[in-house]
Design a protein around this ligand. Structure first.
Ligand code: C2E
Ligand code: CA
Ligand code: CA
Ligand code: CA
Length: 273
């Protein structure tokens, strides 16, 4: 089943001619996954670089096939965004993340879970109310949920997006810019965005030890974030050297395979023992 699923997914990406037909197949397959709860959330720890403590976790969606294998999000999220299925899938994810957060908070008083948002969700009416309601239903506090946005949310209607981010921030929900440094990042828009956290894209972390230009960029981002009172998470840390360098540069938080790969909730709970 895994092979078959993957072939279809690649087909979806590559074949223009057949995209209609394959789209329908894939869409149905994914719809079944949503309906039959074949989606899962994995969690990747976020580390305080100074202390080495786990301070949060990012929720990452997985699509589990009948043979137990997983299709990674890079292969189905773009499709789900195109079909609109990202909406029900994300509603499920936020609900699940809140349930899981409840269990995490029993182990750690200060713990946050970050959920990735797509631009489509952000433009939906009542999105704010829905999130706040879900947090309430689970008797969580707004401070424990974090939302990760990419710059693409600013493309359609940036005024609407900025107002919405403000509402979340005023309610105490942390908002971060994901994949910072990629996309159309410009410093002028950052000034307008009331986010409180930047996640530096892995592309700048990868060669931070060997490439002085990458180190310079990261230094620049850190200096700017300090001025704007924003926290910074370095993504994709894979080696001790990278972690050490980032700590020296004053980066507050890190995430990456060096610390931990995304894992099921049960494993994350064990890490907190
Ligand atoms: P992202 O939000 O930038 O998530 C980080 C990705 O980097 C994850 O890939 C994670 O497994 C991977 N990663 C973490 N540490 C390392 C490392 O040290 N080295 C390398 N090479 N990779 C690392 P993943 O889980 O495959 O997710 C890919 C993307 O799919 C995410 O990128 C995000 O844009 C999207 N995505 C995942 N879950 C959701 C979701 O629930 N909703 C939405 N809208 N998008 C999601
Ligand atoms: Ca993310
Ligand atoms: Ca990212
Ligand atoms: Ca990404």
């Amino acid at each position: 089943a895994k092979r078959q699923g993957r072939n279809h997914l690649h087909f979806f990406k590559r074949s223009e001619e057949n995209s209609q037909r394959v789209d329908v197949h894939l869409r149905n397959h994914f719809q079944q996954a949503i309906d039959n709860e074949k989606l899962a959330l994995y969690y990747q720890p976020i580390i305080d670089l100074q202390s080495g403590a786990i301070v949060g976790a990012e929720a990452l969606m997985r699509w589990q096939l009948d043979d137990g294998s997983f299709i990674p999000p890079d292969e189905f999220i773009p499709m789900a965004e195109a079909t609109g299925q990202i909406i029900p899938a994300s509603e499920w994810a936020i609900e699940q993340a809140c349930q899981d957060l409840k269990l995490l908070l029993e182990k750690r008083e200060h713990m946050s879970v970050s959920v990735n948002l797509s631009a489509l969700q952000f433009s939906r009416a009542n999105f704010f109310e829905q999130i706040i309601e879900t947090i309430k239903t689970h008797k969580l506090s707004n401070e424990n949920l974090e939302l990760e946005l990419t710059e693409s949310i600013l493309m359609d209607d940036s005024n609407h997006a900025i107002k919405l981010i403000e509402r979340f921030r005023n309610a105490g929900v942390a908002m971060s810019i994901d994949d910072f440094g990629t996309g159309f990042s410009s410093l002028s828009y950052l000034k307008k965005l009331p986010v409180n956290k930047l996640k530096i894209d892995r592309a700048f972390i990868q060669d931070i030890v060997s490439k002085s230009s990458d180190e310079a960029i990261v230094r620049g981002i850190l200096a700017m974030a300090r001025q704007l009172n924003m926290d910074v998470v370095a993504e994709g840390i894979e080696t001790a050297e990278q972690a050490i360098r980032l700590t020296e540069l004053g980066c507050g938080y890190g995430q990456g395979y060096y610390f931990a790969k995304p894992k099921p909730l049960t494993e994350l709970l064990k890490d907190l023992d």
